[in-house]
Design a protein around this ligand. Structure first.
Ligand code: UTP
Length: 289
């Protein structure tokens, strides 16, 4: 078996166009789902998967992400003085351990592939996870932990996938499989937003990956692809010519929080799943309908 997956790259430098103006001064991944920022859930997921080092790829105006994961001494002192120990514990839960987090500036949002490439020196020569934080996942077992389990079985590269809603495959990156048998299948390719009727499967790439470090050599020289951006999908297609890729259909549900309705759905779903507020949330939603 190959090396352990110890590091995760979290690219957060995108412009967040679909949730503007909200994402103008608050990075979109710091927008709340119920009472925690999206990133708080994703960092918890990474830790549950045994990740030891989180590498955030940030853009201008996103220094506040680094602040979120640091101590806020005045706030913590006030909460302690007022005896608000529950909320204090929740605030502290997200604070990074010394050396657990790195922050790299992308300088220009040239695309997801470029964002990942910015992490090359911090990753070095070992397999690593990529987590697209705006894809928030509700699952019993942390989705990235499910990916690590799959990696420990088959090695190589793992792409986490999920069935697209009926008739919506043309909105996503879709995987092609050697054969579809169970949840973990060898891939033969992937296609970005295939016209309806041409999709090779109904499984979309849902924002968690385990990749081998050879991807960096491909990204190094890769030109711009769709939308004028340096695409991770193009680099993965290149790596697939020499390395194994498996698609893992994980157990859980993805919410695209980079999208207005996705963010709304995540808020509703996560509120209804919270024992402390579920009843009140259900009543409030019912009253609106
Ligand atoms: P998206 O395309 O979903 O995010 O990129 P975006 O660009 O912020 O959103 P829109 O389309 O403008 O609304 C997927 C992930 O890749 C990151 C984004 O932050 C997001 O988490 N990304 C994208 C970067 O870090 N850098 C880039 O150059 C592009």
């Amino acid at each position: 078996m190959g090396k352990k997956v110890r590091k995760a790259v979290l690219p957060v430098a995108g412009l967040g166009t679909r949730v503007l103006p909200g994402a103008k001064t608050t990075p979109k991944n710091l927008l709340n789902v119920v009472d925690r920022p999206i990133l708080s859930y994703v960092v918890a997921e990474a830790r549950a998967a045994g990740i030891e080092h989180l590498i955030f790829i940030t853009g201008r105006g996103q220094g506040v992400i680094e602040d979120y994961f640091d101590h806020h001494v005045e706030l913590e002192t006030q909460l302690a003085a007022k005896g608000k120990t529950d909320i204090l514990a929740q605030v502290r839960r997200d604070v990074g351990q010394p050396g657990e987090m790195s922050f790299i500036r992308q300088m220009a949002p040239l695309g997801l592939g470029h964002a990942i490439w910015c992490a090359r020196d911090v990753i070095g020569d070992e397999p690593f996870a990529v987590m697209l934080p705006d894809m928030l996942m509700a699952a019993k077992r942390a989705p990235l932990a499910q990916a690590v389990d799959a990696y420990e079985k088959v090695g190589g590269n793992i792409i986490v996938v999920e069935p697209a809603p009926e008739g919506e495959t043309h909105k996503y990156g879709i995987v092609a499989l050697e054969k579809q048998d169970g949840r973990l299948n060898r891939m033969t390719g992937m296609v970005e937003k295939p016209p309806l009727g041409t999709e090779p499967s109904n499984l979309f790439i849902s924002g968690r990956y385990i990749l081998q470090p050879e991807i960096f050599g491909i990204l190094q020289t890769q030109g711009r692809g769709a939308g004028g951006e340096i695409q991770l999908t193009d680099a993965m297609a290149g790596l697939m010519t020499t390395q194994d890729f498996h698609a893992l259909e994980y157990e859980g549900t993805t919410f695209d929080c980079g999208d207005k309705i996705g963010l709304l759905r995540a808020n509703v779903a996560f509120a209804l799943a919270r024992p402390d507020i579920a009843d009140e949330a259900r009543a409030a939603i019912k009253a609106l309908l």
